[in-house]
Design a protein around this ligand. Structure first.
Ligand code: TPP
Ligand code: DXP
Ligand code: MG
Length: 635
């Protein structure tokens, strides 16, 4: 039998649904999301929490004319369903499939491409200003989570929004959770608002009681209502927002369509920015997700009955190695402190948090603050480790340069998810960090070849007197090449396979190949080495270890014995290690050396399994070997 959801095949179709069927529709949406995400993986818990909220917004807005801006965008699946993208859900987050985030190229109903947090209010403010300058009349709504509201950009935008003299609706989706529990002063304040009914009741009770007092009672009640320094200050929820100049409505039940619709209707009348504070439950409607919303924030495929991940774990990840090493270092050194910007589980700091709660800091989704906070900790004698995803560190470029590196402070950046991350797509690939870090004076930038080396590098970083960044990829830690364990020495690379450099044959130097591989590419380099040596070529493989400073001593030595150089890195070309090597050869006037830079292309990289994307970009060992051979024969 066709369900209500089947009646929705395009934007605004929800308006044809009878109000008596709204609950049924919400149920069907949840069933669909659980069934689908259990197969594809995805951001389940946040989406289950925003079903009614999205329905109310779709009843209120006309798409695509009106603009709905989602913060982060990981909770926009119901929006996708209500704008005719149901069929595409089978391909969610796969290569060329439906994106897990809003994407303008996917639908005219998506008004902003997102993935990073706390951008919605600024973008919505821009849309409002543009509408007003154009004399337009479209409605503009931003939906921001309580976690995203902890980000600096959101505060900056709220500050700016207070000046608005035209309508902007901000729906604050408060589920008390970021990925983990939400933290900080704003989270505490929202908590007070959530439990604020007693204040409203108190206000109503006092006013009612006074109104009932004959003669003077009504006058006092009016005075209290009008006075700024009165009971009102204590009793009206959202006073912080109100005092800033925004209108606050709430808290309301974010799963109650009527309440939501009424709030939207009254907010639409204000000629200013209005915050609707909607309280929701992350994971709503699926018991395992309600019980463990952090786990179900972003999940791989799982069994619907048990909620358990259907794929067995395949060995330790780099995150696991980082996590364990932090425990060991934490035990040895009591000045080691750890910082995360709302990613304690994703970065592997959860265990450190449990063991050393007083040395663990979750600062909220605030990467910029995290870095300068680390600078302060270092100035105070601590050894801070900022554990952060490569893509989110982009936020804190100036703080790294200005607050940490300028003073050469001993801050360690543990950069997880460096390189291609896969299914989150463009917004999450960690493909720029070599470029935006390796030109910063005083910063040491490293990349481990395998699990053991990550540990060694972290231990080295602890002893180094200056800032150090260590980048490592998402997923399984490479266990190979374990016998190559030269101690980590500042600025020195590690020769893994040295070809015989005794120049027996004529042209030996000219044809000898030097592979200079960084981090994850050492594993690939070893495979390329094996294929090429089996074909009778002379090949040296170097694990460069230090992206900055470059091991120029080794490069000088290699220039005398190797005529073909190939650099390998999981980063875009511009600003990468390979370009640094090109500059070195140019500066040293080593024009006879033929150089091939193997990098990811200079473009944003779409979603897909890491292996699929690597194959697409010819990053698998076989394609790379063919590429190298082609280069050799044409150069
Ligand atoms: C700049 C940045 N840092 C970190 C993240 C990772 N991240 C994605 S969602 C999320 C939590 C968002 O919490 P909230 O806005 O309350 O939404 P909820 O998941 O609770 O629905 C975090 C930390 C991100 N997307 N962007
Ligand atoms: C939406 C978001 O930014 C995070 O939830 C992200 O998807 C997590 O990625 P990992 O799965 O790599 O931890
Ligand atoms: Mg939240």
């Amino acid at each position: 039998m066709a369900g209500i959801l089947d009646l929705i095949n395009g934007a605004n179709d929800i308006k044809k649904v009878k109000p008596s069927d709204y609950n049924k529709l919400a149920e069907e949406i949840r069933e669909f999301l659980i069934g689908n995400i259990s197969k594809t993986g995805g951001h389940l818990a946040s989406n289950l929490g925003t079903v009614e909220l999205t329905m109310a917004l779709h009843l209120y807005l006309d798409f695509p004319e009106d603009k709905l801006v989602w913060d982060v965008g990981h909770q926009a699946y119901t929006h996708k369903l209500l704008t005719g993208r149901k069929k595409e859900f089978a391909s969610l987050r796969t290569f060329e499939g439906l994106s897990g985030f809003p994407k303008r190229k996917e639908s005219a109903c998506d008004s902003l491409d997102t993935g990073h947090s706390s951008t919605s209010l600024s973008a919505a403010m821009g849309l409002v200003r543009a509408r007003d300058l154009r004399g337009g009349d479209e409605k503009i709504v931003a939906v921001i989570g309580d976690g995203a509201l902890s980000g600096g950009m959101a505060f900056e935008a709220l500050n700016n929004a207070a000046e608005l003299k035209s309508n902007l609706i901000i729906v604050l989706n408060d589920n008390k959770m970021s990925i983990s529990e939400n933290v900080g002063g704003m989270a505490n304040y929202l908590g007070k608002l959530r439990t604020g009914d007693k204040y409203i009741n108190l206000k109503q009770t006092v006013e009612k009681a006074l109104n009932n007092v004959p003669g003077i009672g009504k006058k006092i009640a009016d005075k209290i209502r009008k006075s700024k320094d009165s009971l009102k200050r204590l009793v009206i929820p959202g006073m912080l927002f109100e005092d800033m100049g925004l209108t606050y409505i709430g808290p309301i039940d974010g799963h109650n369509l009527n309440e939501l619709s009424m709030a939207l209707a009254s907010a639409s009348k204000a000629k200013k920015a209005v915050i609707i504070h909607a309280v929701t439950k992350k994971g709503r409607g699926y018991r395992p997700a309600e019980k463990n919303p952090s786990y179900f924030h972003g999940v791989d495929a799982f069994d619907v009955k048990t909620g358990k991940n259907s794929k067995a774990k395949k060995g330790a990840t780099y995150t696991d190695i980082f996590s364990e090493t932090m425990l060991e270092l934490g035990e040895k050194h009591n000045n080691l402190v750890a910082i995360t910007a709302a990613m304690p589980s994703g970065t592997g700091l959860n265990k450190f948090k449990q063991k050393y709660p007083e040395r663990f800091f979750d600062v909220g989704i605030a990467e910029e603050h995290a870095v300068t906070f680390a600078a302060g900790l270092a100035l105070g004698g601590m050894k801070p480790v900022v554990a952060v995803y490569s893509t989110f560190l982009q936020r804190a470029y100036d703080q790294i340069v200005h607050d940490v590196c300028l003073s050469s402070l001993p801050v360690i950046f543990a950069i997880d998810r460096a390189g291609i991350v896969g299914n989150d797509g463009e917004t999450h690939q960690g493909i720029f960090d070599i470029s935006f870090l390796s030109h910063i004076p005083s910063l040491t930038v490293m990349a481990p070849k395998n699990a053991t080396e990550l540990k060694e590098m972290l231990c080295f970083a602890y002893t180094h007197d200056g800032p150090v960044a260590i980048r490592y990829p998402r997923g399984r830690a490479y266990e190979g090449l374990a016998e190559y364990q030269e101690p980590v020495e500042y600025g020195r690379s590690e020769v893994i396979y040295q070809s015989n450099t005794a120049g027996k044959k004529k042209n030996a130097q000219k044809n000898r190949i030097l592979l200079l591989a960084a981090g994850s590419m050492v594993e690939t380099g070893a495979q390329i080495h094996d294929i090429l040596t089996e074909e009778g070529r002379e090949v040296t493989l170097v694990n460069i270890r230090f992206l900055r400073p470059m091991d120029t001593e080794l490069l000088k030595e290699m220039a005398a014995s190797h005529g073909i150089w190939v650099t390998l890195e999981e980063n875009v070309k511009r600003g990468g290690y390979g370009e640094g090597v090109a500059a070195y050869l140019f500066e040293q006037n080593l024009r006879d050396i033929r150089l091939l830079n193997i990098t990811l292309p200079d473009q944003f990289i779409e979603q897909g399994d890491v292996s699929v994307l690597k194959e697409k970009f010819g990053f698998d060992p076989l394609s790379l070997t063919a590429h190298i051979k082609d280069f050799i024969s044409h150069s």
